[in-house]
Design a binder for this molecule. Structure first.
Ligand code: SF4
Length: 255
């Protein structure tokens, strides 16, 4: 099988090719417009995989009330989007130059089991219109490059939506030094992940469309320290405003 390829090697070669960098720059301009085009929504997206059920439920009802710190917004969210878009643009132009039988789409809209999403990067065999590889680009400032379960679940869901047999995460940790790896590529067989993907799609749909506030089910402790839903009694976000007594489940349902 042609894909997955070694992404670090491809980025290295793309970076040394002036023509590829120029084409990647043009692609990036279009991507940035799409990335910063915020749209209100009331349905779950593929990007919601891995989120706490209660936090997702509250978000879709516009109940999040803690604004992110600007440093978090700039470095974690905006920075991640920009870095990923540039990597995707370089890799797209490299693949289309090196493997002319394939076409790459960035931010392509996909749907699986009634849940939609836009994937970072998907490769199709042009003649057969068959998807062959999905990639998610991730950025972390807090540790060595090490993929997370929810990241694997998310990229596998995008790949499954397109019908691609293989998915990869390419993670960069610019702050890692010494013996710590600062980038990591992890490849997955989508068939091996399908049971988890189907279970996760059922979970996020149940949370999103629940008539009452679901229980929180965060898989990682950081979710409660960064959560924007102050009314949850488990919220430990240091930016949480003083709101007196915790809001009860009944109060939130009325809201
Ligand atoms: S505080 Fe924790 S349990 Fe509560 S909604 Fe947020 S992530 Fe979920």
């Amino acid at each position: 099988m042609m894909f997955p390829i070694d992404i670090a090697d491809a980025l290295d070669r793309a970076n040394r090719d002036h023509t590829i960098r120029l084409k990647a720059r043009a692609n990036l301009v279009g991507l940035v417009k799409a990335l910063f085009d915020h749209q209100d929504r009331d349905e779950p997206h593929i990007s919601d995989t891995g989120r706490c059920a209660r936090e997702l439920w509250a978000d879709l009802r516009d109940l999040h009330d803690i604004e992110p710190d600007f440093k978090t917004q700039l470095t974690r969210f905006d920075g991640g989007h920009l870095m990923g878009a540039w990597e995707a643009s370089l890799l797209k132009e490299f693949i289309e130059a090196e493997y002319p039988a394939y076409t790459v789409y960035c931010e392509k809209e996909l749907e699986i089991d009634g849940v939609v999403g836009r994937t970072d990067f998907i490769v199709y065999h042009t003649a057969t219109a068959k998807a062959v590889w999905a990639v998610d680009f991730k950025l972390t400032w807090f540790s060595k490059a090490e993929e997370k379960d929810n990241q694997r679940l998310q990229v596998s869901t995008y790949a499954a939506a397109a019908g691609a047999p293989v998915a990869s995460i390419f993670l960069i940790a610019p702050s890692a030094y010494g013996a710590k790896p600062w980038y990591l590529q992890s490849d997955y067989s989508v068939a091996d992940e399908m049971a988890s993907v189907e279970r996760e799609l059922r979970r996020i749909k149940a949370a999103a469309f629940s008539e009452t506030m679901p229980d929180g089910d965060p898989q990682e402790s950081w979710r409660c320290t960064t959560c924007a839903f102050s009314a949850c009694d488990r919220n430990r976000n240091p930016r949480k405003p003083e709101y007196g007594a915790p809001i009860t489940e009944e109060t939130v349902v009325v809201l």
